[in-house]
Design a protein around this ligand. Structure first.
Ligand SMILES: [Zn+2]
Ligand SMILES: [Zn+2]
Length: 77
């Protein structure tokens, strides 16, 4: 993985984390950043809110392979 091309800025609604990740640009987990002031780069994103989240801790793939962050919660599509 090429961390040199990672994006370290804030979430940009005009160029979402999802859009960046689809271009192979890693983004910070937005929850690690907000809750712990911790930088943890990820190439996973929430399909609901399009923010980047670290897999496992703040994102799960229980819903048919589409990532859903803990903020959007486990609810039916
Ligand atoms: Zn996280
Ligand atoms: Zn979400």
């Amino acid at each position: 993985m090429d961390w040199q091309s990672a994006y370290y800025g804030n979430y940009d609604p005009n160029d979402t984390d999802e859009a960046k990740i689809l271009r192979d640009i890693a983004v910070p987990c937005r929850l690690c950043e907000a809750a712990f002031r911790r930088l943890r780069l990820t190439l996973r994103f929430c399909a609901t809110c399009h923010h980047g989240f670290c897999e496992g801790e703040h994102l799960n793939f229980a819903a048919g392979g589409r990532g859903r962050c803990v903020l959007d919660g486990p609810k039916p599509v």
